[in-house]
Design a protein around this ligand. Structure first.
Ligand SMILES: Cc1cc2nc3c(=O)[nH]c(=O)nc-3n(C[C@H](O)[C@H](O)[C@H](O)COP(=O)(O)OP(=O)(O)OC[C@H]3O[C@@H](n4cnc5c(N)ncnc54)[C@H](O)[C@@H]3O)c2cc1C
Length: 273
């Protein structure tokens, strides 16, 4: 599938919103989920194929150096009437194919993608919702908060660079939200874990039962949080949607090479619990 950039907006110094329209978005089938994601394809500058392409065909017919780089991005929102698909890209100081694309995107640029795939929507059966992550998980967290019903309770902790990196979030639910600002040193890697450790799960409104946890973001950060929730807070694996979206110091290509092994080791954490 593909769409063309209709609008580009700098939401914060580190987040660029891209709204796609046109292309073949009239054929998009959006799953009933708040973490739906597309697998975008960014061709190299010297690609010999057209701007609209089939990733599978390129893989079969072109040398490897012409294959597009693949990156996953959450659908922040889908407007089926206007046929507009909104994605929020973290633009980070490290070099990155997708970050660079979003930084330089202009109206009319094409984005080819596959999907959307998905897995999560806040369950009405959860006693409460625990939504944790960094800016890369913010689109899914924002969409999840918008899906809550009046009376639903959510505790939300989000890591970001500072107050001007915060994004207004809307919900009909009862939301306890805190932004965790990075210091720019090694303490940043445990900010999320420290915030979860400080939560009182016996507080009024939270004591009704274990939460359902949505925990996504940097691999090592979310792994520590997952381990804590399983071994110290009594959550079961079924109470968690948890996946490492990216890995510090690694491109997505390098990360995908070891991700399966990493996730297997992560799954084995707190195995006896
Ligand atoms: C299911 C899923 C949904 C996702 N949804 C989103 C989304 O909606 N928005 C979003 O921004 N990301 C999202 N991500 C994460 C995104 O796919 C990765 O961050 C990806 O690596 C970014 O690609 P890049 O080309 O910009 O950087 P890469 O080329 O992959 O990496 C270059 C360097 O940048 C670093 N880096 C990568 N991501 C970040 C980051 N977020 N912050 C700081 N440094 C980083 C890497 O560690 C590396 O050192 C999602 C990932 C998954 C698996």
């Amino acid at each position: 599938m593909h769409g063309r950039v209709v609008r580009r907006q700098e939401l914060t110094p580190s987040t660029v919103r891209i709204v796609l329209g046109g292309g073949d978005l009239d054929g998009l089938v959006m799953p009933d989920a708040t973490d739906a994601y597309v697998n975008a394809a960014f061709p190299p500058v010297a690609a010999s194929y057209a701007e609209v392409f089939e990733p599978g065909v390129v893989r079969e017919s072109c040398p490897r150096e012409e294959w597009p780089a693949r990156r996953r991005y959450t659908v922040r929102s889908w407007d089926p009437a206007a046929l507009e698909l909104t994605l929020d890209f973290v633009v980070h100081a490290d070099e990155g194919v997708a970050s660079r694309w979003a930084t330089n995107a202009r109206a009319g640029d094409v984005l080819v993608f596959e999907g959307p795939g998905s897995g999560y929507r806040p369950s009405p059966d959860a006693a409460w919702h625990l939504l944790l992550g960094d800016e890369s998980a913010l689109p899914a967290i924002a969409a999840s908060l918008e899906a809550l019903r009046p009376g639903d309770r959510a505790v939300v902790r989000i890591v970001c660079d500072g107050p001007d990196h915060e994004i207004p979030l809307e919900s009909r639910g009862d939301v306890d939200l805190a932004w965790l600002h990075r210091h720019g040193d090694e303490r940043d890697e445990s900010l999320l874990l420290a915030a979860v450790e400080a939560l009182d799960f016996a507080a009024p409104g939270l004591a009704a039962g274990p939460p359902f946890g949505f925990v996504h973001g940097e691999a090592d950060e979310i792994r520590g949080v997952r381990r804590h929730l399983l071994s110290e807070r009594g959550l079961s694996r079924q109470d968690l949607s948890c996946s490492p979206y990216w890995r510090r110091t690694m491109t997505d290509e390098a990360w995908r090479q070891i991700k399966r092994e990493y996730v297997a080791a992560m799954e084995a954490d707190a195995a006896g619990v």
